[in-house]
Design a protein around this ligand. Structure first.
Ligand SMILES: NC(=O)c1ccc[n+]([C@@H]2O[C@H](COP(=O)([O-])OP(=O)(O)OC[C@H]3O[C@@H](n4cnc5c(N)ncnc54)[C@H](O)[C@@H]3O)[C@@H](O)[C@H]2O)c1
Length: 429
């Protein structure tokens, strides 16, 4: 069925009409209704982009709707075309190049899913919100403090336009995590006094430079190994676990003091491992630990100790018996549930807006990385409010807009040296 998502359709079909009527002035975009077709565009046609489109389609199915992919965009035409073909997108709506996001966003779509390297997220998110689209933004959402604060500003703009913004932090949509969070809030483990969050695994992949490949294409393709594109793995991957710590504690850390180093990586300029002490105030410290080295012990998860018990992130909790409501999800797949929650929030007239939350978790990961790179103690205020701090205005230096202009600042493939000014990585404006 391909009903256009008109307000009229919604009012005729939805049992939630009265809720939406109250919120109608807020909702700039069309409102989904049962039986309608939701039109979506994708920016970033790699593994996760492909997965996100699938998740979006599953979410529509769960809600009794259909999805239609109207455009794909990727730095590389072949990738945009391959994903487009899989989802039935006409060839002339599969856009390649660094300006392809403009073209995809300009198509007749209600939703834009963003799954490029995170260095591009602030730019693409701003363009999508400007165009009045609901946004799914993969985590993390920036690589430096300036980019993360831009996400917060764009998120505020999305609110004024009644647009949903949902982040790819799927743990916040998973039954086990939601239940433990509710149990903690009901006092099951008392006050959290400490914990550890971990992502210890292997290097996911390396994409070597091919003959004649431009700097821009090399960076955009081998992005997972460059801080300028990924934020380093403490930001790119470990942000999931840091986000859980912030969520469970219900507050942000005051400061980060950490270290790390590079031992085995073959391309790019990232560290192999990090160990960070996050001071959450009130004598509460969380240890953040992450490592990407092949062939060593792997452990991913979260653990918290409270005054009356302890808990893992989404698994076993030992503590006092307290009552919390059941968490019945539509699907056991958090990456599909986040799309269900996004669409349902628009239907209810109260669009979710995760922009500030994911930007703050990203900022915590960024300040942790900067502490390890420089060897300095960094306060959360240094990256959010203390404009006099040199960390406040730090940007990684390879401007995402330069990719569109055709010439980027290519960083050196060397890692930071703690104790050197800026960890030996020049401060760029
Ligand atoms: N939530 C999760 O569990 C999860 C899992 C994996 C990845 N991710 C996130 O998803 C994002 C993408 O990761 P991935 O694993 O799909 O990587 P990927 O390399 O498979 O895909 C990224 C795609 O973006 C394209 N791209 C690069 N620069 C671009 C630009 N300027 N404009 C348009 N396209 C561009 C690349 O060509 C590539 O096709 C990252 O932010 C990553 O952290 C989230």
């Amino acid at each position: 069925m391909t009903n256009p998502l008109t307000r009229r359709t919604f009012l005729e079909n939805s049992a939630l009409a009265s809720a939406a009527l109250t919120a109608a002035p807020l909702l700039g975009a069309n409102i989904p209704a049962k039986g309608s077709t939701l039109k979506v565009a994708l920016i970033g046609c790699g593994g996760r982009g492909n997965g996100a489109l699938k998740n979006f389609a599953e979410a529509c199915q769960i809600l009794g709707m259909e999805s239609k992919v109207v455009a794909t965009a990727d730095a590389f035409q072949a990738k945009a075309s391959a994903v487009g073909k899989r989802f039935g997108v006409p060839d002339d709506k599969c856009f390649g190049g660094y300006d392809s996001y403009h073209k995809a966003i300009a198509e007749d779509c209600d939703f834009v899913l963003m799954a490029t390297p995170p260095g591009f997220r602030p730019l693409h998110f701003e363009a999508a919100v400007e165009a009045g689209k609901h946004c799914f933004i993969e985590k993390p959402v920036a690589v430096d403090p300036v980019g993360a604060r831009a996400i917060i500003a764009t998120g505020e703009k999305a609110k004024t336009k009644g647009l949903a913004v949902v982040a790819g932090t799927q743990r916040r949509h998973m039954e086990g995590y939601l239940k433990n969070k509710a149990l903690i809030d009901a006092g099951a483990i008392g006050d959290i006094k400490g914990g550890v969050v971990q992502w210890n695994g292997r290097v996911p992949w390396v994409r070597e430079r091919s003959d004649g490949q431009s700097d821009a294409d090399y960076m955009a393709n081998n992005w997972l190994n460059f801080t300028e594109m990924s934020g380093d793995h403490i930001v790119e991957q470990h942000v999931h676990n840091l986000d859980v710590a912030i969520w469970f504690l219900g507050r942000l850390p005051k400061s980060a003091l950490g270290f790390g180093g590079r031992a085995r990586r073959v391309t790019g300029n990232q560290f192999d491992f990090f160990s960070i002490d996050l001071d959450f105030g009130d004598d509460v410290h969380i240890h953040s630990q992450c490592r990407q080295i092949d062939g060593v012990y792997g452990k991913v998860g979260e653990f918290f100790t409270g005054t009356e018990g302890s808990t893992t992130g989404g698994g076993k909790l030992s503590g006092k018996k307290v009552d919390v409501p059941d968490f019945k999800q539509d699907t056991g797949n958090g990456q599909t549930q986040e799309h269900v929650d996004m669409i349902r929030s628009i239907m209810s007239g109260e669009p979710l807006n995760d922009a500030k939350q994911i930007a703050e978790s990203t900022l915590v990961a960024i300040m942790s990385r900067m502490s390890a790179y420089t060897g300095q103690l960094i306060r959360f205020a240094d990256v959010t409010t203390n404009t006099k701090s040199p960390f406040y205005s730090y940007t990684c230096g390879t401007d995402p807009l330069d990719f569109e202009k055709g010439k980027i600042v290519m960083p050196e493939e060397v890692a930071a040296i703690p104790g050197e000014p800026w960890g030996n990585r020049k401060k760029k404006k």
